[in-house]
Design a protein around this ligand. Structure first.
Ligand SMILES: Cc1cc2nc3c(=O)[nH]c(=O)nc-3n(C[C@H](O)[C@H](O)[C@H](O)COP(=O)(O)OP(=O)(O)OC[C@H]3O[C@@H](n4cnc5c(N)ncnc54)[C@H](O)[C@@H]3O)c2cc1C
Length: 330
């Protein structure tokens, strides 16, 4: 029989690791300190874009590689995942930024006004130029976590909610996916603040995430169930996470309003803020210390890369397979 494994933290990293370990035949116990809503981690607040091509602007090649593999894993395990691309548009004054993204990314099609209207009819007549990334997708983070937990349970994994544990105190092989809460054992981890606004309106319909070029950070609007849209996200080198600032809220909501004026009448459902767990090089890492395996530093890309990281963990636990780009031994 395969060896038992304890996974600590049911955010996106721990949930994918638990699922793929259970699928490989390991008896798995997944410990999560939160209750059923699993709302005490970063994953609860994420946008959920699966955008390896668009993210090749500024992200490390390893992230792009893990992202592409992860898209295949999302597709294989959850065929209902919307994988219908993402659209980037810009106002004429930000055209230079759009050109920069076009130069620095791969896998896109240049689109004009007519094609934009075909892809997202709600944007007809609003933008003259854009980039369409057809091979990308998006998930609703809170629903995706519940779906992962449901699937892991079907495969025999036990999920212990309200179970705050110390990885070093557990017996056997332990996969530590505590996100920023692991800072006690990983002092290099830092939090990068992200803010979002969730709004609701029946006056706009998008089929896929739409990004708008913005001088400070890329702003996206992601469609969610129930006529809701997540507007995100700031990216600020700060660990102050008690709330969304007025300035960020204004910038996010103004950007959505300039994307489509109907957002001006949308109802605000929720402001969100969370810290992205990041190492100094912004690269994800699988740290291996004997029987303790820590998966962390998923930064801006947790939903994009967690499936591939979970697969690497399962291959390492099962047959000692190594990946020298993201694994470290000490
Ligand atoms: C505003 C925002 C937007 C984002 N948008 C995207 C996006 O569009 N696409 C994308 O790919 N990524 C996105 N990200 C990044 C992504 O959210 C993170 O990379 C990811 O959530 C990190 O996941 P994690 O599982 O490592 O950590 P977490 O989600 O923080 O999970 C850690 C879990 O461990 C639990 N835990 C901690 N300590 C213990 C303990 N002692 N015992 C038991 N349980 C414990 C916590 O409660 C938590 O549930 C975004 C992030 C933010 C903030």
């Amino acid at each position: 029989m395969s060896e038992p494994v304890a996974v600590v933290g049911a955010g996106i990293a721990g949930s994918w690791a638990a699922l793929l370990l259970a699928e490989a035949g390991h008896p798995v116990v997944l410990h999560e300190r939160s209750g059923a809503a699993v709302d005490r981690g970063t994953s609860h607040w994420a946008g959920g874009m699966l955008a390896p091509d668009c993210e090749s602007d500024g992200a490390e090649p390893a992230v792009v590689r893990l992202g592409r593999r992860s898209l295949a894993l999302w597709r294989a395990h959850f065929p209902e995942t919307p994988l219908n691309g993402s659209l980037v548009v810009s106002h004429p004054r930000d055209r230079a930024d759009l050109e920069r993204v076009a130069r620095q990314t791969v896998g896109h099609e240049r689109v004009g006004a007519r094609r934009i209207a075909e892809i997202e009819p709600a944007l007809e007549g609003r933008f003259a130029e854009g980039l369409f990334f057809p091979d990308e997708g998006h998930v609703e983070p809170r629903l995706a976590l519940q779906a992962l937990h449901g699937r892991a349970r079907e495969l025999g994994a036990e999920i212990r909610l309200g179970s705050a544990v110390v990885p070093e105190e557990l017996a056997g092989t332990v996969v530590d996916c505590r996100g920023l809460a692991a800072r006690g054992s990983m002092p290099e981890l830092r939090g990068v603040k992200g803010e979002t606004v969730l709004v609701e309106t029946a006056e706009v319909r998008f089929e896929r995430p739409v990004r708008l070029m913005h001088p400070r950070w890329p702003i996206y609007v992601i469609p969610r169930a129930g006529n809701r849209f997540l507007i995100g996200a700031s990216s600020i080198e700060s660990e102050e996470s008690s709330g969304v600032t007025l300035r960020s809220a204004l910038e996010l909501m103004t950007a959505a309003y300039t994307l489509h004026p109907a957002f001006g009448e949308a109802r605000i459902v929720e402001f969100g803020t969370a810290l992205r767990p990041a190492f100094p090089d912004n690269m994800p890492r699988i740290d291996i210390k004997g029987r303790l395996i820590a998966v962390n530093g998923l930064y801006r890309h947790g939903f994009l890369i967690a499936p591939a990281l979970g697969e690497l963990v399962a291959s390492y636990v099962g047959r000692g397979a190594r990946d020298n780009e993201v694994m470290r031994w000490s």
